[in-house]
Design a protein around this ligand. Structure first.
Ligand code: GDP
Ligand code: ZN
Length: 295
């Protein structure tokens, strides 16, 4: 039978079978020899052990991608959470998170939480226009506190494995608790910091949606941005709106910085690419170079 690993605990892997049944499974001995590690999110083939209702994992199907922290395989999309206010959203920070998602192959959904706070609507409009209209991401405005906008987000979770990510304090845990009322992550304050220490070291869990059509990772993913894994030549591929101009520059391998006759810089000048996005691109190239120098 085929299934997906939703939880790992006490040397059992809990596999949700295609028929919805959750089966505690052990790994066949042959997998334990190498340095291989089975992750939550992995698709496996297992055999029932009728005597005690458990199973044995016989085969691990190819993995499409994996998130390191928390360790989860086959993530389809990342809900990037920012706050409309407190902390105020910074386009540079948003771009840094978007780049990490794009580079890891997770399609990002961008959320602005806390829209229940007074006096924020005006500030969000330019961000919405930039990311939704100009760049083409899906952007949601919502309030984990009041429930506003959650249904639209829920619809996008159907049939997929979704992880949440974003800086701290934006409401990721509140949002997860809201989506899964049965589940409680501590939010805010000192207790949160303590629980987080433990949280990041343990395995993540996949929470099945009510209709079993998709899963959400219970532990928020990257909360900081680090670019050591990204090559400077790869960066252009992490900006969707740069794609029409790639290969149009005078020089092969143009990094779109100081090179003459650069199609990307021309597009920025013409207003087809937002100046702030191009500035983020330049800034991140700088950070990639610093990371490589070993700072
Ligand atoms: P995390 O660090 O991203 O997991 O953020 P938390 O979920 O711990 O939330 C940080 C703070 O923001 C807490 O004090 C929450 O009560 C508050 N918060 C979360 N969601 C909302 C919201 O929709 N509206 C408002 N006004 N506050 C929120
Ligand atoms: Zn160029």
């Amino acid at each position: 039978m085929k299934g997906i690993v939703v939880k790992a605990y006490n040397s059992y892997y809990y596999v949700q079978a295609e028929n919805g049944r959750e089966v505690p499974c052990r790994l066949r001995g042959k997998f334990k020899k190498g340095r291989f590690s089975l992750l939550v999110g992995d698709h496996v083939v297992f055999q029932d052990v009728p005597e005690d209702g458990s199973g044995v994992i016989e085969e691990i199907l190819p993995r499409r991608n994996c998130l390191i922290r928390p360790p989860v395989a086959n993530v389809d999309q990342v809900v990037l959470v920012f706050a409309a206010t407190n902390p105020a959203p910074s386009p540079v920070l948003i771009d840094r998170f978007l780049v990490l998602c794009e580079h890891a192959g997770f399609s990002p959904l961008l959320c602005f939480n806390k829209v229940d706070e007074p006096d924020i609507e005006q500030d969000l409009q330019p961000l919405y226009d930039l990311y939704a209209r100009q760049v083409g991401y899906r952007v949601f405005t919502l309030s984990a506190q009041s429930g506003y906008g959650l249904e639209a987000l829920m619809e996008c979770l159907q049939g997929r494995i979704t992880a949440f990510a974003g800086p701290s304090g934006v409401g990721k845990s509140t949002l997860l608790n809201r989506l899964y009322p049965g589940f409680s992550l501590e939010t805010g304050g000192l207790s949160r910091k303590i629980s987080r220490g433990r949280h990041t070291t343990r395995f993540a869990m996949l929470l099945p949606l009510e209709d079993q059509s998709g899963y959400v990772v219970d532990t928020p993913g990257f909360s900081q941005t680090e670019f050591a894994q990204i090559g400077e030549r790869e960066l252009e591929s992490c900006f969707p709106e740069l794609q029409p101009y790639i290969g149009q520059c005078r020089f092969n391998g143009c990094l779109h910085l100081a090179e003459p006759d650069c199609a990307v810089k021309q597009a920025v000048e013409d207003g087809a690419i937002a100046v702030c996005r191009y500035e983020s691109y330049q800034q991140i190239i700088g950070q990639i170079r610093e990371a490589k120098k070993g700072y």
